[in-house]
Design a protein around this ligand. Sequence first.
Ligand code: CP
Ligand code: NVA
Length: 304
Amino acid sequence: MKKDLLHFQNWTTSELWEILETSAHLKRERRSGVDHQGLLRGRTLALIFQKPSLRTRVSFEAGMTQLGGHAIYLGPDDIKLGQRETTEDIALNLSRYVDGIMARVFGHEIVEELARYASVPVINGLSDSFHPCQALGDMLTIWERKRRLEGLTLAFIGDGNNVANSLIEASAKLGLRFRIACPPGREPLAQVVAEARTLGAEVQILHDPKEAARGADVLYTDVWTSMGQEAEAQLRRQQFRGFQVNLDLLQLAHPQALVMHCLPAHYGEEITYEAARTPNSAIFDQAENRLHAQKGLLALLLGR
Ligand code: CP
Ligand code: NVA
């Protein structure tokens, strides 16, 4: 049966570890010159984008190439998702051509609908509610740098957005403690927090960046205004003032705390340039690990 990655709700801890271990293995082997072209030879992945992208597009395309397959980029003006034909028909058509679909969309229900009608795996490459591929690359990054995941404290400073929601889900399944400091009204999805707590995970919702940062192993942030929220940018700049990862905040965290950001960054807003360039900054490792984590995921979902 096909398996989709829309969020982590229906993924077990051991399945997540299988992705991480496969990713780390592929990364190691590639560095020592092993050719992985046989893994997805002849397979095709469709990439649907309703929003812009640097990392997601390039890492999925390069990943498919490295695994011997092929990716087809379908930008906002190519298939005009939601305008030219129904999402159901897009899913049914693409399933006749390709072996997997990755989609970056506005409403999360769009990837849900693609997955409902597609007979091939559907991967969420970011929706308004979740960004699971980002969280996979991030967990791989933390695991590499800290040699463990369980028991670490991840402090997220800023908006309770798609990235935060996926980090909460991944943290809950992989044993990290999660704290967020956000302005009141900008909390992550209540259902995501409740579900994580049901699993026994520690999730703290705070409104003071200093309180969240204290002793944390990871300081993570993301833009104040996500794609699709541009009309609120000015309001958000006011609401989020002070919710910034900078060298002062970093002083409060664990001395070896990682600085993380999914990118793109708006230096001077949610993070300072200096904080993003400290030796403990992992932001470009995160970007690189999108490639490796997604290759692990693709090998498992499309290679069977
Ligand atoms: N982090 C991330 O998803 O980057 P892009 O928006 O450039 O794909
Ligand atoms: N929260 C951001 C993440 C970008 C990768 C957005 O949705 O725009």
